[in-house]
Design a protein. Structure first.
Length: 214
């Protein structure tokens, strides 16, 4: 089975009642995307704040979704709900440098999206440390379900990871629910942002259950 080659992160807003909107994501969009042969992982998360209604669709792909004749399947699926129902804010795609999944008994509950910029010349070092840290975390804690990191240019990158809950994130990053924006290897970074999303209940992700790393 070919490995995933691309990571996509689509940020969007509901233009309708949130409960009906999330039901549409869970019942229509996720099943549609997991049936796409090129898709490896599909995760949908939401913010838990009334002030911030952002949703995120993070996915990994075996082939470049931008080359599809009908457009990228994730954006096409979202827009099938109607322009008055979903407002797409941002679409990001990066080639993957690290990708792995791990078999876990607990379901996916938290999606963590990390945008970082390394200091000049430190990208490969950061990627190597991220890969090593990911494998160590997966062995030490049973809360890391999947990890995907892709670089964009010589200094910037995006990481999407999914977890069973906060304890594993705290152990892996040094953060906690009161200080959730911690990260390892911060000495290599010039800046970064972190966002955490609740994975929609009953929204099943797609991908092999066994450990798979590049």
């Amino acid at each position: 089975m070919p490995h995933a080659r691309f990571l996509r992160v689509v940020s969007f807003q509901p233009g309708t009642a949130e409960s009906a909107f999330d039901a549409g994501l869970r019942d229509r969009i996720v099943p549609r995307l997991v049936d796409v042969d090129a898709a490896v992982d599909v995760w949908v998360g939401r913010r838990g704040s009334r002030e911030d209604r952002t949703r995120v669709l993070a996915s990994t792909w075996r082939v470049d979704p931008e080359t599809e004749l009908d457009g990228p399947p994730d954006v096409t699926a979202l827009r099938s709900l109607g322009d008055d129902i979903v407002v797409v804010d941002r679409v990001e795609q990066v080639p993957l440098s690290v990708h792995a999944r791990f078999e876990r008994a607990e379901p996916t509950r938290i999606l963590r999206v990390f945008h970082g910029q390394v200091r000049p010349g430190e990208l490969e070092t950061y990627i190597d440390l991220a890969r090593t840290g990911m494998l160590a975390d997966a062995e030490a804690y049973d809360g890391l379900i999947a990890f995907a990191l892709g670089a964009r240019g010589p200094e910037t990158f995006i990481t999407a990871s999914v977890w069973t809950g906060w304890p594993a994130i705290e152990a892996a990053t040094g953060g906690n629910t009161r200080q959730p924006f911690m990260t390892r290897n911060a000495q290599l970074l010039s800046e970064f942002t972190v966002a955490h999303y609740e994975v929609l209940p009953d929204a099943r992700d797609r991908g092999p259950g066994q450990h798979e790393a590049e």
